[in-house]
Design a binder for this molecule. Structure first.
Ligand code: FES
Length: 486
């Protein structure tokens, strides 16, 4: 029987994003069988991959971890019960394969005897044929062909992946992700930018209830919330308390911008990062017991010592408790004044949100242009990181049209461009002639009708940009914008 692998696991094995493989399938350079990839096909399509050396895979992972600031990602082993269950499963597979091999060995011994039997009364011609068959069998059994050795290396790599991680599919949305280390299903979904429903994240509220459609899960954290017997019978579990043993399919709702309720919480300042006198980043840590649910591109109200303001979130929902907000220094903004003058680590700030509907269209397969005007980089950064964690877009181009604050996170954008084949970064210096600048941007896209455009800046900047893009062929409904001064 041939060895079949799911697309997501193949993407991990060959170190390519899923959308790159989907592209190959679309163009017919990678064949699938019932949505799965055959081992022979994998070896044919990726002859250059070194299966027994994961140095390159590790190198790319390290660059990506640094570039995407995944501070919370741990390369930990799975929970011990999960690990034991996975090893047991692997042991069963090994035992079955060994039994099959023994059976084949017996068949071979029987065949050998039969050849001897037939040979006794055989003519010279039959004797020669039998001799050739025996020699052929012995030669091929004695040494493994190079393709089989390669297949063995791929299977070994895939088995390690299956011990270290499990693949999850969410129905009906079709989102997919891997659970790695000792993450629960909920933690892994959030790290991958998937906004599942949840509340307390520690087994008290029941908001993360979901149904296991197939596969096996294990409870890794005790929970106080009591599931009714009928719910248990229906396969319901709490996503914040369970981890997958093997590949699973879960039925759960993925929230859109309108589904996430406005939350209020008190959080701690982790640090204030002053980029230059015009703009600073506020790094906030939400409490373990009450994280902030939001989608990339949304904004929050922050209050401190009587001053408050609404600002775009610059971090990805996949960064767990960490929230980053960029705050430009504007005349009359008391909160920005407090930030530059006296806010420091461990101060408490009041958060309320999320607000806004400037979020990714996760159903769109189109390439994306991100257009950031000045501090409009904040929501754009959040969207880019969210899109990266979801591996959504076929390609992403970031145009950052700087104001006096400059490209204050230029290194980060360059790191993204270095780490990803499908990401391009084009910084634009401040200009007095916005019209000419926008014209030079759209000139690079003679096929604008294929794209989605996400833009953030002042209402006046966005109005002019929209007019240029639509004039150059962008369908009006593919323009998504967030006016920062609305
Ligand atoms: S999020 Fe509250 S029980 Fe899981």
């Amino acid at each position: 029987m041939s060895h079949l692998l799911p697309l997501s696991r193949v993407a991990k094995l060959v170190g390519q994003p899923r959308h790159a493989l989907q592209e190959m399938i679309r163009f017919g350079t990678l064949a699938t069988f019932d949505g799965m990839i055959e081992l022979d096909e994998l070896l044919r399509a990726f002859p250059e991959v070194t299966w027994d050396d994961d140095a390159e895979f590790r190198r790319v992972s390290e660059i990506k971890d640094k570039a995407f600031a995944k501070r919370v990602r741990e390369r930990a082993l799975p929970d011990k019960d999960v690990l034991v269950a996975r090893l047991n499963e692997l042991g069963d597979e090994y035992a079955a394969a060994k039994a099959l091999l023994l059976h084949y060995g017996n068949v071979m011994a029987w065949l050998d005897e039969k050849i001897d039997e037939f040979d006794e009364d055989a003519s010279a011609e039959t004797h020669h044929a039998l001799h050739s068959v025996r020699a052929f069998l012995l030669r091929n059994l004695a040494e493994m062909p190079p393709e089989a050795a390669l297949a063995q290396a791929v299977i070994a790599q895939e088995r390690i992946l299956r011990i270290m991680s499990a693949h999850v599919t969410i129905q009906p949305s079709g989102h997919e992700f891997f659970v790695e280390g000792n993450d629960t299903l909920l933690e892994a979904a959030l790290r991958n930018g998937i906004s599942l429903n949840y509340g307390c994240s520690n087994g008290n509220c029941g908001d993360c209830k979901a149904r296991v459609v197939s596969g096996e899960v294990k409870k890794v954290h005790a929970h106080d919330y009591v599931l009714k017997p009928a719910e248990k019978d229906a396969g319901m579990v709490l996503l914040c308390s369970y981890a997958p043993v093997n590949d699973v399919v879960i039925e759960a709702n993925v929230a859109g911008a309108r589904d996430i309720p406005v939350q209020q919480l008190v959080a701690k300042v982790k640090s204030v990062e002053v980029f230059n006198p015009q703009i600073a980043a506020l790094h906030i840590l939400a409490p373990r017991s009450q994280r902030l649910r939001f989608l990339g591109g949304q904004n929050i109200q922050i209050g401190f010592g009587g001053a408050s303001g609404r600002y775009a979130i610059a971090s990805c929902p996949c960064e767990d408790r960490h929230i980053e907000v960029h705050i430009p220094r504007r005349f009359g903004d008391a909160f920005a004044d407090a930030l530059f003058a006296k806010l420091s680590a461990n101060d408490s700030v009041d958060l309320e949100g999320p607000y806004g509907e400037f979020v990714l269209d996760e159903d769109s397969p189109r390439p994306v242009i991100f257009l950031a005007f000045g501090a409009g980089f904040a929501p754009i950064k959040s969207l880019i990181q969210h899109a990266m964690s979801l591996e959504l877009a076929e390609s992403m181009d970031l145009h950052w049209l700087a104001d006096a604050a400059g490209h204050y996170q230029d290194n980060l954008c360059r790191a993204w461009a270095d780490a990803l084949d499908n990401f391009n970064y084009v910084p634009h210096a401040p200009s007095d002639d916005l019209e000419a600048l926008l014209e030079s941007v759209v000139l690079d896209y003679p096929d604008l009708h294929r794209f989605d455009v996400y833009a953030a800046g002042t209402a006046a900047q966005l109005e002019r940009a929209r007019a240029q893009f639509v004039r150059a062929g962008l369908p009006g409904e593919r323009w998504f914008a967030d006016p920062m001064d609305a």
